[in-house]
Design a protein around this ligand. Structure first.
Ligand code: UDP
Length: 395
């Protein structure tokens, strides 16, 4: 029986990998060891997603903790190493660009093949640790799943071996929205009562939903204050499930939120989708939320200098706001552009809804083969191979 270690650690990991995990857990030909790093641990950042999406529970919980990124990442690495050493999996899979992904160094130390789910794409905003983490794991990976050919090209230009890159021809968010929202639309309609919205201090269809958590937006005080200027420039209510990082920063800065903002703790996935689909528009710096709004035909302001998901601008579902350059993105203009998208539609650039199946099929096919994850030799793609491997010529 071949064995795959599937390592995740934050809220959007559960969402993005949910359908791949479900596919892997319904078969019993191969062993899947689902490892949770502990990066997210509270009920509303972790447990509610297992419940709402009905995702199988982790097999192993590392319980890594820390007060800052270095402590969290190093605790994950330290705790993952002995687990992988004992398990000896045929491959270790990591998703995305988080502190949990730093755990891939443990797999590298043990010469366990590394699989990167969601590789190759870049925002090229080098202030972001996420962009650096992606670069790190991609270069160490034996297999990289990337969504579109343009990302494969980015990877190759960045020095990756084309043979390591598998293009999935889509982003899993499509089937995730179809499974957890579109197929359950009746249930969502029943939940969307006037009482639900009034109990939150908002009115159906009249508010903007907001999320904001990126380090470069909240840890740079000027950028964060520019975000407050943006949201304070509309008379509409802003419903803001704020990450704990952002809540902490608001306290530290001692800033007052504009009076139209209703800040609450992070919410579960069902509630989030309910709030999103009944909003007038969304204001966010989240990567996943811009995909979700694009697929769901909800106007969205993306508060980022650069994105890994340019398709949302290609189809016109997103308005850009760079919090670092408010003079180039005046709030009234940005908000007017958002309003101009209300009621508009655009094509879906995210794929055909089969991405999760393609990834699961590929993983299972590799588990079927001996050394299925060592499909390319790094030395075959190395400029200096001929010289570093050469014989000494002496006799
Ligand atoms: N989300 C949620 N509750 C919230 C905020 C976000 O369920 O209070 C969902 C959101 O719909 C998306 C994912 O969590 O699916 C995005 O997570 P996040 O913005 O933290 O990460 P990113 O996508 O930027 O990596």
């Amino acid at each position: 029986m071949a064995k795959l270690a599937f390592i995740l650690g934050i809220r959007p990991d559960i969402i993005r990998a949910s359908l791949v995990l479900k596919r892997l857990f319904v078969q019993n030909k191969h062993e899947i060891v689902f490892i949770w790093s502990g990066q997210h641990y509270s009920d509303n950042l972790k447990e509610v997603f297992f419940r709402d999406l009905d995702v199988p529970r982790p097999t192993i919980e590392l319980g890594a903790t820390g007060e800052n990124d270095a402590e969290v990442a190093s605790d994950i690495l330290r705790k993952l190493y002995p687990v992988l050493e004992q398990l000896k999996p045929d491959a270790a899979l990591f998703l995305g660009d988080t502190n949990t992904v730093v755990g891939c160094i443990a797999a590298a130390q043990l010469n366990i093949p590394i699989v990167h789910f969601e590789g190759c794409w870049h925002s090229y905003d080098w202030r972001m640790p996420e962009d650096k983490y992606r670069t790190l794991i991609d270069i160490l990976s034996d297999v990289i799943y990337t969504y579109f050919p343009e990302y494969k090209y980015q990877g190759i230009v960045g020095g990756l071996n084309p043979k390591a890159i598998v293009v999935t021809e889509g982003n899993p968010i499509v089937e995730i929205i179809d499974t957890y929202y579109t197929k359950k639309k009746d249930e969502f309609e029943k939940m969307a009562t006037p009482e639900f919205f009034s109990s939150q201090g908002i009115q159906k269809g009249e508010y903007y939903l907001m999320t904001c958590h990126r380090r470069e937006n909240v840890h740079i005080r000027r950028s964060f204050e520019n975000i407050l200027k943006l949201i304070g420039s509309t008379p509409r209510k802003i419903y803001f499930p704020a990450s704990y990082r952002t809540q902490k920063v608001i306290k530290e800065y001692g800033v007052t939120l504009p009076p139209n903002v209703i800040m609450v703790d992070p919410v579960g996935y069902t509630e989030m989708v309910l709030l999103m689909t009944n909003s007038r528009g969304v204001i966010t710096d989240s990567g996943t939320v811009v995909e979700e709004t694009c697929y769901l035909q909800i106007p969205c302001i993306q508060m980022r200098k650069a994105t890994e998901r340019p398709q949302v601008y290609d189809v016109g579902s997103n308005v850009k706001f760079d919090p670092d350059k408010i003079e180039d993105y005046p709030p009234e203009v940005v908000l007017r552009k958002l309003e101009s998208l209300v009621g508009k539609t655009w094509p879906n650039p995210m794929g055909d809804g089969k991405t999760s199946d393609r990834i699961a099929d590929d993983l299972l096919a590799r588990l079927d083969r001996p050394d299925g994850f060592r499909t390319h030799r790094r030395e075959d793609y190395h400029l200096w191979t001929d010289r570093s491997y050469r014989e000494d010529g002496l006799s």
